[in-house]
Design a protein. Structure first.
Length: 179
């Protein structure tokens, strides 16, 4: 009788164990920014993002960090100027934090609140839509952060006295894997 009771208790506790703490690691990342100038368009890209997610009590907290100097626009002079304008030597990382309810893991579109630290400023973006696709045990998240230079108190650089546009959307494509 005691054996059956213990087996029954163990079987009943399986759903609780499945909902226990879990961790995720960022396996692959592509982050790119877009800058528009009246004379040309520029895209910078980085694959150097690192990240981790920790799930506890129905919530998952994620952190992604990317070195500012890892963004490549295809022009080393422009990239050096970007580092100067964004105060990359003083603030070498861009970080993004978000909290996701575990219940969102079944949705194809997830609206996330983001906290972005860049160029010495912290900015919150509310309800940014991201697409979620499961690929076996991995999860791919993609979307665009609607960033602006003014959000981070960055004066728009100019070329021939014409400044770049204030909008600098950041496209995000991340592949997460459980640890």
């Amino acid at each position: 009788m005691l054996g059956k009771l213990l087996i029954g208790f163990w079987l009943l506790s399986l759903p609780a164990l499945a909902a226990a703490d879990s961790q995720w690691v960022l396996e692959q990342s592509t982050l790119s920014y877009h800058v528009a100038h009246p004379l040309h368009q520029v895209d910078g890209i980085s694959h150097a993002g690192r990240g981790k997610g920790v799930c506890h009590d129905g919530q998952c907290d994620f952190l992604i960090a990317v070195p500012v100097k890892s963004f490549d626009s295809g022009d080393s002079n422009r990239d050096l100027h970007m580092l100067q304008v964004t105060r990359g030597a003083q603030f070498p990382l861009v970080t993004v934090r978000t909290r996701v309810p575990e219940s969102a893991s079944a949705s194809a579109t997830i609206n996330l609140d983001l906290e972005v630290q860049f160029a010495g400023q912290t900015v919150k973006y509310r309800q940014v839509p991201f697409q979620r696709v499961s690929q076996g045990s991995k999860t791919r998240i993609s979307g665009t952060i609607p960033a602006k230079l003014s959000d981070f108190k960055i004066d728009p650089p100019s070329l021939l006295t014409m400044p770049v546009k204030n909008d600098i959307p950041v496209s995000v494509d991340l592949t997460w894997q459980p640890m």
